[in-house]
Design a protein around this ligand. Structure first.
Ligand code: HSE
Length: 444
């Protein structure tokens, strides 16, 4: 079958998919419904020749003939009729092993697996370069937004200073629903889980881990550096409360889970944190499960990429675009570009700027017992750590166990703020660890 020739005389392309989940269904649907259009673009037909998944019985949105189904991913990889292996199973192992086996067998590989690439990217990119085959991972960041291609190709001409934005749809859905409806985190998360918008185990999404995986990839592409995952500082959104949304609005901000990497002349800052950003910043209007990524580049200036960052069909468009690309590479006899857009041997080791060294203004919310002297004690700890207070608000009303005191600080190094907050948290009159949200200067 692999030797069949298309109308143009070019060998048709055999695709095997590992992982018959939501994205797999979208890819199968696109390959089927758009088969003629894809063949016209490529000059060869893209044929689904195998689907590997352990579960053949669960009901899915898209059916697959029994003859194409297998439980044996390794048999699919070894099948000579399959030219392109699409890994959509997720997770680290056995996905890593399958991807490396496929590359070693000379197959082109397409994956949506950001966790895999954030943890094992170096090994996998090196294997793809060694095998001299196409390797696509557009779907791993921003779903259907072509940000990998943009960094790898379109803007390969420019020097990027910063890449930042909203790269986790689940947490953005939760935060924007909280802001719009004045509801708490736990309630909105539970509703999103019931509606299938958030995973039963939401850890990766709401604790900033998924966004950190994506940021590690974006920084490698943008700055040409190796960025190990543990160099990306990750914080999530669990402690954000509806009252923080109200104060943010009052101060002229929106709260977003911001992933940000900046190149300070060879020293890289990379962090995922809930942040207050100006309500006038375009990122503040990115709501629901949408993603948006902003690039700050030396020659081009600022560009913004916006669209659906997750979901079956948006993500499938990215996967199928990669299938077309790696199929073209195959017809050409080798990839046009290395996986990262530059040879791995040219990748520099990143010097990482510790988050403690970064200065910012902060919004603090501290739940206190409403007794005399509490404000003075808090102000004392902040002052002794060198953190200057810009304003204090205390209104009637309770949040959780106490009365909220809201403080805005002037710019201070994060390590000084953390030192002060550890002391504040230890006060007998302070009822919960303080919530600290960085006020981000997104125009800088
Ligand atoms: N869990 C991810 C999100 C899916 O919520 O954005 C796409 O990577």
């Amino acid at each position: 079958m692999a030797a069949e020739r298309g109308r143009s005389g070019t060998r048709n392309v055999g695709v095997g998919i590992i992982g018959w989940g939501t994205i797999g269904c979208g890819v199968i649907r696109l390959l089927r419904e758009d088969a003629d259009r894809l063949a016209e673009r490529l000059g060869a037909r893209v044929e689904l020749r195998g689907v590997a998944d352990l579960d053949h019985d669960r009901r899915r949105e898209v059916r697959v003939p029994r003859s194409l189904l297998t439980r044996d991913a390794r048999a699919l990889i070894a099948d000579p009729a399959i030219d392109v292996v699409v890994e959509l199973m997720g997770g680290l192992e056995p996905a890593r092993r399958f991807v490396l086996e496929a590359l070693a067998a000379g197959k082109a590989v397409v994956t949506a697996n950001k966790a895999l690439l954030a943890h094992h990217g170096r090994e996998i990119f090196a294997a793809a370069e060694r095998a001299n085959v196409g390797f696509g991972f557009e779907a791993s960041v921003g779903g259907g937004i072509p940000i990998i291609r943009t960094l790898r190709e379109a803007l390969g001409s420019d020097t990027h200073r910063a890449v930042f934005g909203i790269v986790n749809g689940t947490s953005n859905f939760i935060l924007s629903t909280m802001a719009a409806e004045g509801r708490g985190f736990a309630e909105v998360l539970a509703e999103a889980q019931r509606a299938g918008l958030a995973e039963a185990d939401p850890t990766y999404d709401v604790d900033g881990i998924d966004a950190a995986h994506k940021l590690a990839l974006l920084a490698q592409l943008a700055f040409g550096v190796a960025l190990p995952l543990d160099a990306v500082h990750a914080e999530g959104i669990r402690r954000i409360d509806a009252i923080d949304m109200e104060y943010a609005r009052e101060f002229g901000f929106a709260i977003k889970l911001l992933a940000l990497a900046r190149d300070h002349g060879g020293e890289i800052e990379a962090r995922v944190q809930p942040a207050m950003i100006p309500a006038t910043d375009p990122l503040a209007s990115v709501n629901g499960a949408f993603n948006a990524i902003c690039l700050q580049s030396a020659a081009l200036g600022r560009t913004l990429y916006y669209g659906q960052g997750a979901g079956m069909m948006p993500t499938a468009t990215a996967v199928v675009a990669d299938v077309l690309d790696v199929a073209r590479d195959r017809m050409r006899g080798g990839p046009r570009l290395p996986p990262l857009g530059y040879p791995l041997a040219h990748q520099r080791r990143a010097r990482v700027r510790p988050t403690g060294a970064l200065s910012a203004e902060y919004y603090l919310r501290i739940a206190v017992r409403d007794v005399p002297g509490v404000l003075g004690a808090i102000a004392g700890h902040l002052g002794r750590a060198g953190v200057s207070i810009a304003s204090v608000v205390q209104r009637a009303g309770r949040v959780g166990k106490g009365v909220p005191v809201v403080i805005r600080t002037h710019a201070a190094p994060e390590k000084d703020l953390r030192r002060a907050l550890a002391r504040v948290a230890a006060l007998e009159t302070v009822l919960e660890p303080p919530v600290a949200i960085r006020i981000e200067n997104t125009s800088g």
